[in-house]
Every structure is written in C-alpha cells, then in structure tokens.
Design a protein around this ligand. Sequence first.
Ligand code: HXC
Length: 514
Amino acid sequence: MPLKRKIQELKKKREEVLKGGGDAAVEKQVAMGKMTARDRIISLLDKETFTEYDMFAEHEAKDFDMDKKTLAGDGVIIGTGSIYGASICIYAQDFTVAGGSLGNMHARKITKIMDHALKMKMPLIGINDSGGARIQEGVSSLAGYGEIFFRNTLSSGVIPQISVILGPCAGGAVYSPALTDFVFVVDKISKMFITGPEVIKTVLGEEISMEDLGGARVHSEITGNAHFYASSEAECIEQIKKLISFIPWSNLRKAKKFPPKEPSADYQIEDIVPGDPKQPYDVRNVIRAIVDDSDFFEVQELWAENMVIGFGRMGGETIGFVCNQPLVLAGVLDVDSSDKAARFIRFCDAFNIPIVTLVDLPGYLPGVDQEHAGVIRHGAKVLYAYSEATVQKMTVILRKAYGGGYIAMGSRHLRADFVFAWPGAEIAVMGPEGAANIIFRKEIASAEDPEKVRKQKIKEYKDKFANPYVAAAKGYIDSVIEPKETRKILLHAIEVSENKAVYLPKKKHGIPPF
Ligand code: HXC
C-alpha cells in the first residue's frame, strides 16, 4: 500500500477515536453542561501544544460481551502539552466511553502518563469524570486503582499533582484526588463520594441527593477535600492555569519569576488593622497591600475560613501565605484551620516556595467539641509542619499572638528565619483579661472594689507584657517595624535568604501527627 493511502488510513482511525462514545453520548454530556474530555484538554493547554499518546489502545477484556465492544481510547485521553509555556502531563477520563469507567488498559494509560510526569519532572493534571472501577473487568480494575494510588504517593512532593473533578468520582476513585496536592471542583458538575446515595439508602435507609452528599459546595465548605471552587468549567480552567503560573514544575526548581509590580494604592496598610485587639478585619487586605499587583490567589477559600492560605508574588517571586483571619472566629487555630495550614506549609516547603506568616490570633479554640475532635493531634500538625520546613520562613506579628498560637504560627522557636512585629503586637501567654483574672484572683476577690482592682490589674499586665518589646528584648523578634515598612523588609528578607541551606537529621521519614 502506498504511503499516501496509509496516511489516509491513519487519519480515518484517528477520526474514529475522536468520536469518543458517539454522537448520542456526546450530546448527553453537553446537555449536562459538561465539556467533552478532549475539549477540556484543548481549552486548558496552550494552543496546539497537546500531543496525545496511546490513542489506539484497546482493552483486552472478554467477559460480559466485552470482546464485542470497541471503546475509543479505552475511555481516557493521555498526553503532554503546556500551560503558559510550562510543560505538563495530563489525562482526562471520557465519560462518553463506557462512563469513563476504569479498566485495565484505562489504568495502564493513566499510569503511563504518571510515570512520564515523575521521570520528566512535570506537573500532572488528572481530569476525573468516571463511573469508577469498570464492573466487567473485576479485580483488574481494582488493581488499576492501586497502581494509580501508589504512583500518586511516590510523586507526592516531587511533582505538583492536580485533580480536576468534572463529573462523578465515586468509590475508591476518590482516593487518587485525595492523594494529590490540589482538587478543583465545579458547581453542579463535580460529585465525590465513597458510597453513593443508593448504598446509603440500602444500608442506612437514608435518602440524600448526590449533590448534598458530595457536590462541589460540600467539598469546598464542609469537608475541605476541594481547594478551588468554580461555577463553570470555563472558570475552573482559568483557575488551573493561574495555579500553574504560581507553582514550580517540580521540587528541583523554583517557581517561574515574573516582573515585579507594586501593590495597588487601594490597599493602604496603615488603615487595615484596627488598634482595638477585639475589632475584626480582613487579613486578605493586608496580603493585598504587600503582594505584587495586590494579586492574591487564595486556596481553600470557603473552608476553615479562620485561616487564610494562598499564593502571591513579592518582587516577582511566588510566596505562600499562611495567615490568621480575625474576621472569622477571631482567627483562632482549631482542628480544620490547623489541617489547612499544615498541609499548605508542607506543599510550599516541598516545592521551594518561601512562606510568609501573618499572625493575629487569640490562641487555640477552647471547648469540649474541639478537644473531642482531636485539637491536640490536629494542632500538632502545624508545629510539625513549621518545624520541618526548611524553605525560607518569614513571620510578621500584626496584633495578637497569645499562648500556643504565638508558638505555632511560625515563631522563632520553630525556626522562622525572620520574625517582625508591628508596634501594636501583643505577645503573651494569654489575653490580659484572662491573665489578670488568674494571677490576681485572690487580690481581686478580697478587694473592696473588685471591678476597679480587676481593671487596674488588667492594665498592669497589659503595660508589662502586651507589647512586642519584651520578645524583642529577648531576640525572639528581629525587628519592630511600622506597618508601611512590611513589604520592603519582607522583600529584603526574601533576597538575603535566597541561598538558605539547612538540613534535617538523617532519617527514613518523620512520623507527623496525621
Ligand atoms: C462499567 C459503567 C460504569 C462502571 C457507568 N458505566 N459506570 N460501566 N463500569 N463502573 C456505563 C453505563 O453502563 C453506561 O453504559 C454508561 O457508562 C453511562 O452510565 P449511565 O449510568 O447511563 O450514566 P448516568 O445516568 O449519568 O450515571 C452515572 C453514574 C452511574 C452515577 C456514575 O453510571 C453509576 O452509578 N455507575 C456506577 C458507579 C459505581 O458504583 N462504580 C463502582 C464504584 S466502586 P451504556 O453502555 O449504557 O452507555 C469503585 C471501586 C474502586 O470504583 C476501588 C478502588 C480502591
């Protein structure tokens, strides 16, 4: 056969695969407000950069009439391309082909691109839209998931791994996203759960919709499984691109540097934090007042809102921000906010992203609920993550830093490289009211006018301890600075610590309080 005809044959074969699960299935997909797997990849990647592999892969299953079925690409598309010039590996499950279900070949394609990503040190993006383990292929499907989980774990901390949930992601399938660094969800489209509504009805007799069980809102606001929430697939794609622009390709690199930009004049740092330590404010405005172009990209915006985490740039370099949020629960550390901060610190540390911590908190949240929910174990994760992190660590105490909160939030004692405090900072074992009530209890009780004495004692305690100078005198704080000096001094700190090199004791691995 002449080459020309062979090329025609190739084109025909390609066209067949490009049809996915056929017109009817594609129409059903689009009617649900979903893009096709191929369109998702094309819209995410830089124009004409997608190169597909294993387009002609075929399953080898025989049972349940599978030998009579041809499944285009076996229900998953894999390949490489770029986003803003960054090379990435990608796979997208195609729900139009056997519900995107995962059989042996489908899993082999995914693990092939995962191996490639790890070997070539490229970020991996997985688009999930699947009915889960392909029922007809039995244990081969389960084995496939196991192979994926194993690779997710090996790649953890080496290459960034991103999961995009754009359809069902049920049963054990949810554990691949759970093992990755960032999970993106879209309103009404994403569904993640271990056991679906049918099983819950059978076993527990309870009726619940898929949306209420594991929809995008549930995972963004309640479980914290999702990191980015979008109202449409198009918005989600823009979010993924933005994330890729902030993070490095692997742990062997730094994130790409951008031209530095001054923050917007809309954020006047002196006017954001009220003098009264009980008055709330939005810490995100402090971040916007110090980052390039006032551009702050928040992670897990809707969950554990008393802790704000995310990326911004300073002097063009990506910085990870870990900040108490006085707007919610006075910015306390609790079970969820501890988990949120600890995981993010570990991501930044693994991928050479300097950490800036902004502190303003009354401590850990007291209460039976928190104690019984394991605030000891969860709170310890923050201590562990900061202590273990060897990347540059800079801390600014904006206002309150009481008790365990002072230690946990990137203190000198957990090896922050630089600790600065604003003049209104209060660093003490606890708030002045609580402290005075405890240490002067007898004096207050026996006074003729207990209220007057209480006020006196609170003032006495405040004058003595509720300021940054006691800590500064001991060298726990490097400098007391004016708010308007914050950006300049942080930029300087980032620059002079560029070549930081510290090493942890040699060990197989630590045992963090998971
Ligand atoms: C094989 C599957 C499939 C599966 C869907 N299909 N799920 N084929 N194995 N797991 C097929 C359907 O037969 C159908 O094929 C096509 O995909 C589209 O599915 P529909 O049911 O028509 O779509 P829809 O109504 O949108 O419902 C989607 C769904 C539902 C909610 C995901 O299909 C469903 O409940 N699927 C099963 C989910 C599940 O229980 N999976 C196993 C989880 S356990 P035709 O030919 O008719 O078009 C698991 C274990 C992993 O994953 C463990 C790892 C450790």
